[in-house]
Write a protein that binds this ligand. Structure first.
Ligand code: SF4
Ligand code: SF4
Length: 229
């Protein structure tokens, strides 16, 4: 989700890379679940998040959508987000003890919090949002360890490619005044990157590679989108 904010007001003024130490440690969130509640539609899920949720929960995208996720139009594109539920507007994955029930395969935004990403020159860096997590006396942690995502180099490359692909799709939709193109392109993207199930294990029984699947889909989508541009 694009935000028009002054980084000086919301961050400590620094930009971080994966090997930097950042003051984000919050004692394993003991007794707190604040950032899992009342988040509206802001916890947007990307294709890697869906791959991890399908694998971890053993559910299809439609099954996830039936209870835990919802769809919203964000910056012109239909995208899934974690659904806040009930009176407390709590994430459906938060258990009765106030802990994340899908911790090992929680989405990228949850892993990153309270950090955000700022994109520049076909890349991105991280920034620390200083008003988001109220835990006092935060400790320094290595960003790579904080995110705890395997093959972090491939992951960061993918995050970038996905971000800039979405920017291109937003431009096509923003520039067209044709509602049919807007609808068709959106439905295509939804199906191509989310509804079509990802392969979870390969023929050899080993874990299937997400990135190979994603880039095959991306290549097809770039060709398809060229028809609309
Ligand atoms: S607000 Fe901070 S301490 Fe509370 S759950 Fe989120 S990250 Fe953890
Ligand atoms: S998926 Fe887990 S960490 Fe993320 S908002 Fe839900 S309960 Fe919190």
């Amino acid at each position: 989700m694009e935000r028009e904010v002054d980084l000086k007001e919301i961050s400590d003024g620094r930009l971080y890379g994966i090997n930097d130490m950042v003051k984000a440690g919050c004692n394993d969130c003991a007794g707190c679940s604040l950032c899992c509640e009342g988040m509206g539609n802001s916890i947007i899920l990307d294709p890697y998040d869906i791959f991890m949720l399908e694998k971890g929960c053993g559910l299809s995208f439609e099954e996830l959508l039936a209870e835990k996720l919802e769809l919203n139009v964000v910056d012109y594109i239909i995208q899934p987000n974690l659904k806040m539920q009930g009176q407390g507007e709590r994430c459906g994955f938060l258990n009765e003890k106030g802990r994340c029930s899908i911790h090992p395969y929680r989405p990228g935004f949850c892993r990153m919090f309270p950090l955000g990403r700022i994109y520049e020159d076909k890349g991105f860096r991280y920034f620390l949002q200083i008003h988001e997590c109220p835990f006092p006396g935060k400790t320094k942690v290595k960003l790579k360890r904080w995110l705890d995502i395997p093959e972090i180099g491939r992951y960061e490359r993918y995050v970038c490619d996905w971000h800039f692909f979405l920017k291109d799709m937003q431009k096509i939709i923003r520039d067209t005044e044709n509602e049919e193109i807007t609808r068709n392109l959106n439905l295509y993207l939804l199906n191509q990157f989310y509804v079509q199930a990802y392969e979870i294990s390969g023929a050899d029984g080993k874990e299937a590679d997400f990135y190979g699947q994603f880039y095959r889909r991306l290549e097809e989508a770039v060709k398809r989108a060229a028809l609309y541009a």
